[in-house]
Design a protein around this ligand. Structure first.
Ligand SMILES: Cc1cc2nc3c(=O)[nH]c(=O)nc-3n(C[C@H](O)[C@H](O)[C@H](O)COP(=O)(O)OP(=O)(O)OC[C@H]3O[C@@H](n4cnc5c(N)ncnc54)[C@H](O)[C@@H]3O)c2cc1C
Ligand code: FES
Length: 272
């Protein structure tokens, strides 16, 4: 296993300090945790909902000893978390995994759904060192576009592109559509992506065709979070230990599996 400090894997209990509603299905939870408050953009934590389950979540912000995660209610654990109130007890392990490299120069960030959260964390850091920051964000519908005001506080308006599948805000298309012309027009030193794996795959193919560098954060089913159980495997990598951020060379190595299938908790292969 990697040089993960043992303390990171020890569960700490803490209380939710604040909850913010971001959209009808997404909330941000803020709590104190000394170790995770030192996390870097791209890293994740395992959040335990007592009596229910433990789930992986990207760290979306840190400030002093406070940590934020942004969570979409999709199933049992995330719905129970959404029902919790400030003061409720949760368990935390982490931070786990690697982080995005902080590139200089001209940078493009592409977020789909809650994938926007870790990219916002990254954008805040990059804003201090890059010349040019472009943010592309896609969602199914207008009220699922996350952190629009926060992104506007970092990027110039002309450098923000939003898309919705139903056309209720921004361009009516998938997030990948405006990228083709953007990549023709502009040159980027680094492209950062976080979102559904099928979206990551499509964007990876676009960057490969243009020989552009990319770092993508992947999501797979996770249990242990520290490289032991194998549930998050993709190609020769374990997303929890070797990722969740993968670079161009690593994505090339896993391209036959990327966006095609993942391992289920029972060990079977599930197509996307
Ligand atoms: C490294 C990492 C970072 C993540 N960061 C975030 C985040 O910042 N915000 C957020 O809302 N979610 C994030 N997820 C996904 C989150 O962990 C799952 O949505 C959650 O575990 C679902 O649990 P559940 O019991 O509510 O849903 P389940 O009842 O387990 O599943 C409900 C639905 O969600 C799907 N699902 C379950 N687990 C995952 C998963 N790991 N990835 C994608 N889909 C899944 C299932 O296939 C099913 O369709 C992240 C996942 C990983 C691996
Ligand atoms: S979650 Fe167990 S090996 Fe990655």
């Amino acid at each position: 296993m990697s040089d993960l400090p043992i303390a990171n894997n020890q569960m700490r209990t803490t209380q939710i300090v604040q909850i913010r509603t971001e959209s009808p299905s997404v909330k941000t939870f803020i709590f104190t945790d000394r170790l995770c408050s030192k996390a870097k953009p791209g890293q994740f934590l395992m959040l335990w909902i007592p009596g229910i389950d433990e789930i992986p979540l990207s760290i979306m912000d840190t400030s002093n000893s406070l940590v934020s995660v942004t969570v979409k209610a999709v199933g049992d654990a995330t719905r129970h978390l959404h029902d919790m109130v400030p003061g409720a007890t949760i368990g935390i392990r982490g931070p786990f995994g690697n982080d995005f490299t902080e590139s200089r120069g001209r940078v493009l960030l592409i977020g789909g759904g809650t994938g926007t959260a870790p990219l916002l964390f990254l954008a805040k850091r990059l804003a201090l060192k890059t010349d040019h920051l472009v943010f592309v964000e896609g969602a199914k519908t207008a009220n699922e576009l996350l952190f629009i005001n926060e992104v506007a506080g970092i990027c110039q308006e002309k450098n923000i592109i939003t898309t919705t599948e139903d056309g209720t805000a921004g361009l009516q298309c998938l997030v990948t559509q405006p990228l083709a012309s953007l990549l023709e027009k502009e040159n980027f030193n680094m492209i950062y992506v976080c979102g559904p794996e099928v979206m990551v795959k499509k964007i990876f193919e676009m960057t490969e065709a243009r020989k552009l560098p990319i770092e993508a954060s992947l999501e797979r089913l996770m249990r242990c979070g520290i490289g032991l159980c194998g549930s998050c495997v993709i190609g020769k990598y374990r997303v929890c230990r070797d990722g969740p951020v993968f670079n161009t060379i690593q994505l090339r190595e896993m391209k036959d599996e990327l966006g095609i299938s993942k391992i289920g908790f029972d060990g079977s292969r599930i197509p996307f």
